[in-house]
Design a protein around this ligand. Structure first.
Ligand SMILES: *[C@@H]1O[C@H](CO)[C@@H](O)[C@H](O)[C@H]1NC(C)=O
Ligand SMILES: *[C@@H]1O[C@H](CO)[C@@H](O)[C@H](O)[C@H]1NC(C)=O
Ligand SMILES: *[C@@H]1O[C@H](CO)[C@@H](O)[C@H](O)[C@H]1NC(C)=O
Length: 420
């Protein structure tokens, strides 16, 4: 793992010194080329490690079906816990993020910069709506400092909630989530078991805008094989183009990378050649392995078929984060979240992390002339009609914006069967 100097040297400062020494005059750097600070890079690196740790913990859960998590958003929730916590409650949150050696301000401002960078819809030409809210029991009074800093660094809102009327409490959480995501995520949860603590809620909607769009008429109904003996009907979109591709013959799987607009990020699909439980491929999935696969990708003509669906997944990450070491914050007797309320009277009862990811045909126009070219002949087939793993990787920060798996499709297909 790369090490970071205790006192980071700003790369910008170094540039300035070098340029002055050369006597060069530079024009202002356009904002998209703006370098990230060392802090943001360090936290991007930590969040990528978290992505794999969290995925594996979740995949171990036998009841888990589809997975959809945003590691950078989970990282910011851990930042929030360390902001509101003291002693072990705070240090464990940093440790889960492998940031225990970094000082608090470094962590908070690094995460904040990272999150602003990767979620900037304008600069990135993707739609990513993120709502973050901390709910506390109605008896709580939030400390001003905490409210200010959690808003500033992590874009968190704060709200009190009264679970004595559980139905209306749930309704208000779900309504907020729906509103935050323009209706794309109508429900975060059907129930809350422990109603005496603080709840973290992330509600998100992500829609990739492909660097090269699919043709909206190239969509038809096909079968998605959930297992070898169970197929569901699903709309699929198809296109052939030049993509980074690797056929791992040894591991019997295919990898394809599809750039999102402006090529600032891309979606990477990892799919076994045949229908099988994802467990085998998941065992291979490490950060090092992904790096190795990426190094083997070669641009070639690929005929891609993807389900055109909206994947809505909601997780309660509390127990998974506990598996990774966040044990104090969630323990009623041990938690010290006294920087949230000024009193040691709060613990973290739920960490709801819910997202809707919409795979659609939309993207930027492309040069249709390539279809006449020699290199477009004999495309490899990437036909995603059975469970696969996917990641949305940021090209600039190397962070992982989402990691997940598509394992089950019944409900998704019902919702989006071409609007019928
Ligand atoms: C998002 O990016 C645009 C264009 O690069 C920039 O003008 C804007 O200030 C950024 N917004 C935020 C909130 O950083
Ligand atoms: C992406 O860019 C295209 C073309 O400039 C534009 O039509 C579209 O609205 C943009 N989408 C987002 C989410 O920024
Ligand atoms: C990542 O960014 C570089 C530099 O802008 C670009 O050349 C490359 O194609 C991008 N990669 C992907 C997968 O979009």
């Amino acid at each position: 793992m790369p090490r970071f100097p205790a006192v980071p040297v700003s790369t910008e400062t170094m540039w300035t010194i070098q340029l002055l020494a050369l006597g060069v005059l530079v024009a202002a750097v356009p904002s998209e080329d703006k370098k990230l600070s060392d802090k943001a890079n360090a936290l991007a690196d930590r969040s990528a490690t978290l992505a794999f740790n969290l995925y594996h913990t979740m995949a171990k859960d036998k009841n888990m079906e589809n997975i959809l998590v945003s590691p950078v958003v989970v990282a910011s929730s851990l930042g929030l816990v360390s902001l509101g916590g003291k002693a072990a409650t705070a240090s464990q949150a940093k440790a889960v993020l492998s940031a225990d050696k970094l000082n608090d301000d470094y962590v908070h401002s690094g995460l904040s910069e990272l999150l602003n960078e990767v979620s900037n819809s304008t600069a990135r030409n993707v739609t990513w709506k993120i709502g973050n809210r901390l709910y506390g029991p109605s008896s709580i009074s939030f400390a001003d400092d905490f409210v200010k800093n959690s808003k500033k660094h992590y874009n968190y809102e704060h709200s009190k909630i009264n679970f004595r009327d559980k139905r209306s409490a749930l309704k208000s959480i779900n309504e907020w989530a729906s509103q935050t995501t323009n209706g794309k995520l109508p429900e975060v949860t059907k129930d809350v078991e422990k109603t005496d603590g603080a709840l973290i809620v992330n509600a998100m909607f992500f829609k990739p805008h492909w660097d090269e769009r699919f043709h909206h008429t190239m969509v038809d109904n096909r079968g998605f094989m959930v297992t070898r003996s169970f197929t569901v009907g699903v709309p699929m979109m198809h296109r052939t183009g030049l993509y980074n591709y690797f056929d791992d013959e040894t591991e019997k799987l295919q990898i394809v990378e599809m750039p999102l607009a402006h090529k600032l990020s891309s979606m990477i699909f990892i799919m076994p050649n045949h229908v099988e439980p994802l467990e085998r491929v998941e065992k291979l999935l490490t950060r090092e392995q992904l790096k190795m696969w990426i190094s083997k990708l070669k641009k070639r003509s690929v005929a891609i078929s993807l389900p055109k669906v909206s994947l809505e997944v909601s997780h309660d990450l509390q127990k998974h984060l506990a598996d990774l070491g966040l044990t104090e914050a969630i323990d009623k007797n041990k938690a010290d979240l006294s920087k949230i309320s000024g009193k040691k009277d709060l613990y973290l009862s739920n960490v709801f992390h819910a997202a809707a990811l919409e795979w659609d045909t939309e993207g930027n126009p492309f040069d249709a002339d390539i279809y006449g070219r020699e290199e477009m002949r004999n495309p490899r087939l990437f036909y995603a009609d059975h469970p696969f793993i996917f990641l949305i990787k940021d090209n600039k920060t190397n962070s992982i914006l989402f990691i997940g798996r598509l394992d089950q499709l019944q409900s998704a297909s019902q919702q989006t069967l071409d609007g019928k």
